[in-house]
Design a protein around this ligand. Structure first.
Ligand code: F6R
Length: 613
């Protein structure tokens, strides 16, 4: 997804902007550009492809400036090309933009009638021309931006500079993330704080509707674009600031291996010995005791985590739980239910559909005077989702850079089971023995994850058998059904092999028709009450010539035979099996992708944080 970096300083900031863009590369993009103000001129460079192409151009031409904006673009309107890359310029104005201007066509027609010529197919260019036009009547650059922002419909973040304002950077946040980095005698903007971490750990988080005017020495913020407001400066701790691949070939592999530690961190915040800590979500206890049901809203991998929580909520604490994809939920006018916990799950906390679903729910509950509770399970403490919900529970996975979610997912699962235990306790639906059993299992889980990771070489060998395949099926039952979906998602997104996840019981209702000699079928077989039924499903596949790749509990009795490969997974209680069985499907997808030579950390067409619809 697009990335913005900008700054105003006493020193030359071209290198800082390029470094910032590099730190946003993981989000996925197709072109990059930068504009600097130098001696009352706008200097601009744009390149298709990687940031390093832009860096070479900037170095060769020795471009420098104390004021500048830079951008990585992920095409929405207009194909990836140099003319469509940002910054866009109109006269002395240069802008970068994340998000979408929904009414750009109408504004474009109006501007064309006024004689403006468009050099790109983007929605962004209208904003540059609108500002240039407003400057004909407005006294300052800030006034011009303030005047045109209410005309723009959609979700957007903007960075604006002007050749005649050498000490001024204007920033706009409207439903697309943007932070201000506070340096010493210098200020920066970034669509993700990660871009600015080499220069500062002090941030101001803009709110929706804010317009900010940054100079070297000052920041002025205007809520809703008009009312001067002070927003606090927050200091990040140093641990957040580290993001490097270290000894690993890819971020994804590093993040897969970080899971035991990430899980340990996530559960430690909630547990004291074999009990929940007294202060764990204690401020939410009253609200939790009053809920009659849970509605989970999420996208992609986070949605799969939500699907597993449904099993836990209904089986462990007898609490109804619905799960829905945010992009559907937000548009189908769902009935907003009283006494309900609306739970958003998101790694980034900035996913456009999940945020829109949350905000819409809050608005509609308020209009009907309903008593709802909102909560986020999220990996980014400073995200919009965390700030806008009543309660939150952080997954302490650390920054996840690989586009494919791995450690964020397993820590979401840990957070979800802890939340279910907490709600069950608040509603007095769990006794000490039940809690004790699950908590013991949770403490044991990091060790089991580490042992499972030791099967890496075995899984690598199996992955060689997938390289030439076109299709693949993943099957599981109960809480392993969402892991089958997750395995299929992982494989398709990073190796580009078409994969489907199914509840194994559905096999006969259609997908069995796909099974032949050439169809690998991955089976998730923990030691649970459904194991015998799953074994029958495996026989159905074998009878049709399908090749089985089984991740099976070491005590399951499932053994290797012709066209049946088995990786033995250490025993884990059925409740926690989905956490452990995530590991082999992640490793399998990773190795298949590496063998196929795809861009594992930045798969084609995908972005890490989907901040537009
Ligand atoms: C897949 C993946 C995506 C995300 C989805 C939601 O590996 O990472 O499916 O899970 O885009 O993102 P968050 O969790 O940030 O809301």
């Amino acid at each position: 997804m697009c990335g913005i970096v900008g700054g105003v300083a006493e020193r030359n900031i071209s290198e800082i902007l390029i470094e910032g863009l590099k730190r946003l590369e993981y989000r996925g993009y197709d072109s990059a550009g930068l504009a600097l103000i130098n001696e009352q001129q706008v200097l601009r460079e744009r390149r298709v492809g990687k940031v390093v192409n832009l860096e070479d151009a900037v170095r060769t031409q020795n471009l420098s400036g104390n004021l500048g904006i830079a951008h990585t673009r992920w095409a929405t309107h207009g194909k990836p090309s140099e003319v469509n890359a940002h910054p866009h310029i109109s006269g002395k104005v240069a802008i970068v933009h994340n998000g979408i201007i929904e009414n750009y066509a109408e504004i474009k027609a109006e501007l064309e009638a006024l004689g403006y010529q468009f050099s790109s197919q983007t929605d962004t260019e209208v904003v540059a021309h609108l500002i240039a036009e407003a400057l004909k009547t407005q006294a300052t650059l800030f006034d011009a931006v303030q005047q045109i922002v209410p005309r723009l419909k959609g979700a957007f973040a903007l960075g604006v500079i002007h050749a005649d304002y050498p000490d001024e950077l204007i920033a706009v946040r409207e439903n697309s993330p943007l932070v201000i980095g506070v340096g010493i005698g210098e200020h920066f903007i970034g669509s993700d704080q990660l871009a600015l971490l080499p220069i500062t750990n002090r941030f101001i988080y803009l709110e929706e509707g804010d317009i900010a005017r940054l100079t070297r020495t000052n920041v002025e913020i205007f809520a809703h674009g008009t009312n001067r407001i002070e927003r606090p400066i927050k200091e990040l701790d140093a641990a957040v600031s580290h993001a490097s691949k270290g000894e690993y070939k890819h971020f994804m592999l590093k993040e897969i291996y970080e899971q035991p530690e990430a899980l340990q961190q996530t559960i430690s915040q909630a547990l004291n010995g074999n009990r929940l800590r007294d202060d764990f979500l204690s401020h939410a206890e009253q609200d939790f005791s009053n809920i009659d049901q849970i509605q989970i809203i999420a996208c992609g991998t986070s949605y799969h985590a939500g699907m597993i929580a449904k099993y836990w909520s209904e089986q462990l604490i007898d609490l109804p739980c619905q799960v829905e994809i945010a992009s559907e939920f937000r548009y189908r006018s769902p009935v907003i239910m009283n006494r309900t916990l609306y739970l958003c799950i998101s790694q980034s906390g900035e996913t456009a559909d999940s945020l829109a679903a949350l905000r819409d729910t809050q608005k509609r509950a308020k209009a009907k005077d309903l008593n709802i509770t909102t909560m986020a399970i999220c990996n980014v403490a400073t995200s919009s989702m965390v700030r806008e919900t009543d309660y939150h529970l952080l997954t302490l996975a650390g920054p996840e850079i690989g586009v494919a979610s791995t450690k964020a997912f397993t820590t979401q699962l840990a957070a979800l089971i802890l939340l279910i235990l907490k709600i069950g306790t608040a509603k007095q639906r769990l006794d000490e023995a039940e809690i004790d059993c699950i908590v013991k299992g949770l403490w044991h889980c990091p060790k089991v994850l580490s042992e499972t990771l030791q099967h890496n070489q075995e899984i690598l060998r199996l992955s060689e058998l997938f390289v030439e395949k076109q299709h693949c099926l993943f099957l599981g039952r109960g809480t392993l059904y969402p892991i089958a979906l997750e395995g299929a998602l992982k494989l398709k997104e990073i190796s580009y092999i078409h994969a489907e996840g199914y509840a194994a019981g559905e096999l006969k209702h259609g997908p069995l028709a796909l099974v032949d000699n050439d169809m690998p079928v991955v089976i998730l077989a923990p030691q649970d009450s459904m194991l015998d039924k799953l074994k029958s499903n495996m026989e159905e596949v074998q009878a049709r010539g399908g090749e089985l790749f089984i991740f099976a509990d070491e005590n399951s009795g499932i053994v290797e035979k012709d066209r049946q490969h088995v990786v033995k997974i250490p025993h884990i209680s059925a409740w926690l099996a989905p956490i452990v069985y995530s590991i082999p499907v992640q490793l399998l997808s990773y190795h298949v992708a590496v063998l196929r030579g795809t861009d594992v950390d930045q798969p084609r067409n995908l972005a890490k944080s989907v901040t537009v619809e």
